[in-house]
Design a protein. Structure first.
Length: 349
């Protein structure tokens, strides 16, 4: 693994407190940037943009150039994995991702490929290599993968849903069949993340965006166990691999996640109580987060107050400043600039 010189983010992942608080944003490359929108129009479709290494590398680098973030995160999508397993992925304008046919039962799981088509993911690895070659010193390169449960929610429904009910019903009605889907995605995720490290990323983030909809027992089975397997297996193949876990919406269940999943850091959403997170999570693991994306959208004094509250809660221990989820497309660039300046100023104080 290539290690950037004096990377504050990688210092945090080594459980140390750097001289300044590192900052990056989930979905930092995207529609709020005019340079992104220009390349998106040139690519023809979102998926074409993801699978065009030259354009995807440029998109990955755009927010680093504009804002001076401490990390670039690979521009791709969590659903490239089911696509590489044989479930067709398309993005319809105004409708979001569509996966066909939906994996509605164990028989459909059995029809999927048993291994990731690595050729289908080759453009992603080439994007990583291109970004690695152009990334400024001191800026970490992050890869990522959707966690098995979150990816499964899209595969079962065939599209995004408000409550992930189709996947949850599958899991309740046929836990053995759903376990086969989760096992398939766990193995695919291990291969995919290993390939990202081999291509040149410094660390990866495991996104379990919909973990928060699970009841405690289901959370342990479908979120915690697969994440623990992924981290252990990736580190067996890539010794020292750095992993950030992000089970959004976990609440107090985050303590169990930290106990059982040996990530190097854990992401905090904006809904968690910061006092709880500092006392029960940050004492045991570096944390990342947790500014509300709507506070960034609001801007002004409200944004300043929330930034200061985050920094006050988590500074002094290993901490990465980030949002509690992805940046909203309508966020003004001036608000992002204001946020970066305030975080930098706080770190320098």
């Amino acid at each position: 693994m290539a290690v950037p010189v004096a990377s504050a983010l990688l210092e945090v992942l080594a459980n140390t407190v750097p001289a300044r608080t590192p900052i990056w944003l989930m979905r930092q490359a995207g529609r709020y940037l005019p340079e992104y929108r220009e390349l998106r129009a040139k690519a023809g479709s979102f998926l074409d943009l993801c699978f065009n290494p030259a354009l995807a590398a440029e998109v990955t680098l755009q927010p680093v150039r504009r804002f001076g973030f401490d990390a670039a995160i690979l521009f791709s999508d969590i659903l490239v994995v089911p696509n590489a397993l044989g479930q067709k992925l398309t993005f319809a304008a105004g409708e979001g991702p569509q996966l066909s046919p939906p994996v509605v039962d164990a028989a459909m799981v059995a029809r999927l490929g048993t291994q990731v088509d690595m050729a289908a993911l080759a453009p992603v690895y080439e994007t990583i290599r291109r970004v690695r070659a152009e990334l400024p010193a001191g800026v970490a390169l992050l890869g990522f993968c959707g966690a098995p449960f979150t990816v499964a929610t899209y595969m079962v429904a065939g599209h995004g849903t408000p409550d992930q009910a189709p996947a949850r019903l599958f899991a309740y009605g046929d836990p053995e069949g759903f376990a086969r889907l989760i096992d398939l995605l766990t193995a695919a995720s291990i291969d995919y993340l290993t390939g990202q490290f081999e291509a040149g990323v410094d660390a990866v983030q495991l996104f379990d965006t919909w973990a928060g909809v699970l009841a405690p027992g289901e959370f342990e089975r479908w979120c915690v166990r697969p994440a623990a397997q992924i981290v252990a297996a990736v580190r067996a193949r890539v010794p020292g691999a750095r992993v950030i876990g992000f089970p959004r919406g976990a609440g107090t269940l985050l303590a169990a996640y930290v106990e059982q999943v040996p990530t190097d850091a854990v992401g905090l959403d904006w809904m968690i109580d910061r006092g709880f997170a500092r006392e029960h999570i940050q004492r045991r693991r570096p944390v990342q987060g947790n500014l509300d994306p709507l506070a960034l959208l609001a801007g002004g004094a409200a944004l300043d107050r929330e930034i200061d509250a985050v920094l006050t809660a988590f500074s002094g221990r290993p901490f990465i400043f980030n949002l509690g989820h992805g940046i909203l497309p309508e966020t003004p660039i001036a608000h992002v600039e204001r946020m970066v300046a305030r975080v930098r100023g706080f770190a320098a104080a």
